[in-house]
Design a protein around this ligand. Sequence first.
Ligand SMILES: [Zn+2]
Length: 91
Amino acid sequence: MPNLKNITRTCVFCRKKFEQKELIRLVFKDNDLILFNYHGRSFYFCNSCSTKILGEMKKKEYKRLDNILKKECKGNQDYVTKLKEILTYVR
Ligand SMILES: [Zn+2]
């Protein structure tokens, strides 16, 4: 039996593995980036990355985050701003 308490997921930004409960889970649904609501394909950010995202990101990091989100959301909107709104709300 797998131990369900220790499922690990990868943070899309730093690529490190964490227990699911330590991560902020997001989903892209109906053309919008939202907190995970049990539908759709989700992806994760760890706490230290969300702190970084809400703080000062280097231009290179911002660009990389933008690319990750555009890939995950399969779109071309300003998801970084939306992500910051969500992270501000959940923390
Ligand atoms: Zn991370």
